[in-house]
Design a protein around this ligand. Structure first.
Ligand SMILES: *[C@@H]1O[C@H](CO)[C@@H](O)[C@H](O)[C@H]1NC(C)=O
Ligand SMILES: *[C@@H]1O[C@H](CO)[C@@H](O)[C@H](O)[C@H]1NC(C)=O
Ligand SMILES: *[C@@H]1O[C@H](CO)[C@@H](O)[C@H](O)[C@H]1NC(C)=O
Ligand SMILES: *[C@@H]1O[C@H](CO)[C@@H](O)[C@H](O)[C@H]1NC(C)=O
Ligand SMILES: *[C@@H]1O[C@H](CO)[C@@H](O)[C@H](O)[C@H]1NC(C)=O
Ligand SMILES: *[C@@H]1O[C@H](CO)[C@@H](O)[C@H](O)[C@H]1NC(C)=O
Ligand SMILES: *[C@@H]1O[C@H](CO)[C@@H](O)[C@H](O)[C@H]1NC(C)=O
Ligand SMILES: *[C@@H]1O[C@H](CO)[C@@H](O)[C@H](O)[C@H]1NC(C)=O
Ligand SMILES: [Cu+2]
Length: 570
């Protein structure tokens, strides 16, 4: 036998390390059958698309370090993909899910098996469809507990409850987005918000199914709150109780206490709640945070009931009305700012200080003039236009016959270009009164290329084109540090000195302040093609997205894996 050379012996010790690290990691195998399921809400029944007949879909519970293998079979009549929101997908970009970005859709009748490992993430994430507006009903929670034998960095909660906030249309959501795409107008707003799939007591035909969240006097419980709504940032509060925020987007935070939290779509927040009030029933409630001006929105309120186990039983026929909390005004940006400025990592973290790629991306809406071959019925946006949205004036267009990751991996030309601008092509007063001549973006499938290991900073700058708005910007494949946020136009001279490079929060979705900016930093250590987009689905529909192409580094461990054999073809 030949002696081991240095290279193979280090490979050998690496494999031993891997085996050690995964000694108690588990494998979770699941089948997701996606199908139309009659679902009654708000007095009428719709054929909602569900997973395994459940709405919301199944909750996945794993430990950090575990591997998931999920076979998704599409028995619905629509193309479909599933995204594991917030999972880093280190070297497994083929399992990320956004359609035409990392894979072609799973066509009706077909299957695809997603395989990935949770690495270094703890807290609450979720999964959802990433194709058209299917995520309106195709979503569920992904709970990641510490590795076996490890503990939370806070006293072990007595109970844990998932609070999935969603949005319900008294219509087929696919019809709603198709209508908007046809007319160029804003889509119909939802008819209800939901908690774990149920609108609650304040809606018609709903109070018999209101969700009950149990608590007992003296105990401290963990609520895993997820904003799975399609198009609406939401406030969430519980009557008479304080919430202690301990984590967000599967990263821990330095705990802080608040009465109300705000989540943009895509964001999760873990809060502790203590049963320190007289045993009774208290509403937990969510309703809109609406920062856009002159835009219609769903102004209803969803509720569930925090119910003390020792609450007195209502006398026969009577019922004790739960205590209703006060919610902030729909446009209460001050509350949002105070909340987001409370976020800190638990301790000093390693934020990149030297930057290789310094990027400045504007984001916002736009209006396209009516194309000559379109009739008035197709140009029902403001003053006979069609709504658009863009980053750095590029309205993102998905390919329709291959994914960008396949094109990148196999070197297939003509699918995307790598000329996404690092800076706005035109500098203007982003948050001021923007000249109409700047409102119409260009269309393109433009990517920004990053070298493996590049240290990246992105300034995300809202614009006031059409309307300023708080945009929840989500990056796939990474968590990033939010080192600063503010209002008005980002000014490097003045604002750089305010960066928190000590203990900024780590997230996968940042709610960029309305008429303001946020600065994020990350190290591009995960090769692949990663979409960064607004998590208001109506804005992705209009093009508020872009992609990063992160190149492979040296050797197999710095390269994306080979595509799975069952990767769907177009
Ligand atoms: C949108 O709302 C309008 C007005 O209420 C209604 O006529 C139309 O049918 C709705 N569209 C869809 C797709 O539900
Ligand atoms: C919600 O908006 C409707 C009009 O669209 C209005 O009549 C109603 O008063 C509003 N409700 C609340 C609670 O603001
Ligand atoms: C919020 O809305 C109220 C009325 O709905 C209005 O009086 C107030 O000026 C608005 N505040 C902001 C900051 O837009
Ligand atoms: C639409 O046109 C009216 C009248 O010309 C103008 O006041 C308004 O600002 C325009 N709206 C948009 C969004 O361009
Ligand atoms: C895919 O679509 C693009 C753009 O429509 C086109 O240029 C290209 O030839 C198509 N490729 C294949 C393999 O059909
Ligand atoms: C914005 O600028 C346009 C000209 O570019 C002007 O007509 C309009 O009055 C301005 N609006 C405001 C609110 O200043
Ligand atoms: C976007 O590009 C179009 C086409 O070149 C141009 O008309 C428009 O002014 C640009 N807008 C901005 C904000 O750069
Ligand atoms: C479904 O996906 C295929 C590519 O796999 C595409 O050609 C087709 O147009 C899609 N269908 C719809 C309805 O979007
Ligand atoms: Cu947006």
């Amino acid at each position: 036998m030949e002696p081991l050379n240095a290279k193979s012996s280090s490979l050998f010790s690496f494999i031993c390390l891997l085996l050690l690290a995964s000694a108690n990691a588990k494998l979770h195998e699941h089948e997701f059958v996606v199908q139309a399921t009659p679902t009654k809400r708000l007095c009428s029944t719709h054929n909602a698309i569900t997973v395994n007949g459940q709405y919301p879909g199944p909750t996945l519970e794993v430990n950090n370090g575990d591997t998931l293998i999920i076979k998704v079979t599409n028995k619905a009549q629509y193309n479909l993909t599933i995204h594991w929101h917030g999972v880093r997908q280190i070297r497994t970009g083929w399992a990320d899910g956004p359609e035409f970005v990392t894979q072609c859709p799973i066509r009706p009748g077909e299957s695809y098996t997603y395989r990935f490992t949770i690495q270094g993430q703890e807290g609450t994430l979720w999964w959802h469809a990433h194709s058209s507006w299917l995520r309106a009903t195709v979503y569920g929670a992904l709970i990641i507990r510490p590795r076996e034998g490890e503990a939370y960095p806070f006293p072990k909660p007595k109970r844990e409850s998932v609070v999935l906030l969603g949005e319900w249309w008294d219509a087929n959501p696919i019809d709603v987005v198709r209508e908007a795409t046809r007319t160029g107008a804003a889509p119909n707003v939802s008819d209800a918000y939901t908690i774990n799939g149920h609108p609650g007591d304040l809606y018609k035909c709903s109070s018999q199914d209101t969700v009950i969240v149990p608590i007992d006097s003296g105990e401290t419980n963990l609520l895993r709150v997820i904003n799975a709504a399609l198009n609406q940032p939401l406030f969430f509060t519980v009557a008479n109780h304080q919430l202690t925020v301990v984590g967000a987007d599967a990263s821990y935070l330095k705990p802080f206490t608040t009465k109300v939290i705000m989540l943009g779509p895509g964001q999760t927040t873990d809060v502790l709640i203590t049963g320190d009030q007289p045993p009774s029933r208290y509403y937990m409630a969510a309703r809109a945070y609406q920062s856009a001006q002159n835009a219609g929105f769903d102004n209803t309120t969803t509720t569930a009931i925090l119910q003390y186990k020792s609450a007195p039983c209502p006398a026969k026929g009577a019922s004790i009305k739960p205590v209703m909390p006060l919610l902030p005004a729909y446009n209460d940006t001050n509350t949002v700012t105070a909340f987001s400025r409370s976020f800190r990592s638990p301790r000093k973290v390693e934020v990149p200080t030297e930057i290789d790629d310094s990027l400045f991306y504007t984001l916002g809406l736009g209006l396209n003039n009516c194309p000559p071959n379109f009739g008035p019925s197709q140009c029902q946006g403001p003053n006979g236009t069609r709504f658009a949205a863009s980053m750095n004036n590029v309205s993102f267009v998905l390919p329709n016959n291959i994914s960008i990751l396949q094109a990148h991996h196999h070197g297939i030309p003509g699918v995307f270009t790598t000329d996404f601008p690092a800076n706005p092509p035109v500098k203007f007063d982003y948050t001021g009164n923007v000249s109409r001549s700047l409102w119409q973006p260009i269309q393109g499938t433009k990517a920004y290329k990053l070298k493996f290991g590049s240290r990246v900073q992105v300034v995300l700058q809202d614009t006031s084109i059409v309307t300023p708005e708080n945009h929840p910007i989500h990056l796939h494949g990474y968590d990033f540090y939010i080192v600063a946020e503010g209002f008005g136009n980002f000014d490097p001279k003045k604002d750089t000195s305010k960066f928190n490079l000590v203990d900024p929060p780590l997230r996968n979705t940042v709610a960029v302040p309305v008429n303001g900016w946020a600065v994020i930093r990350f190290v591009a250590d995960n090769p692949g093609v990663w979409i960064m987009h607004c998590h208001l689905d109506v804005h992705i529909t209009w093009g508020l997205a872009t992609v990063f192409v992160v190149e492979n580094g040296f050797g197999a461990l710095e390269a994306i894996e080979s595509p799975p054999e069952d990767l769907p073809l177009c």
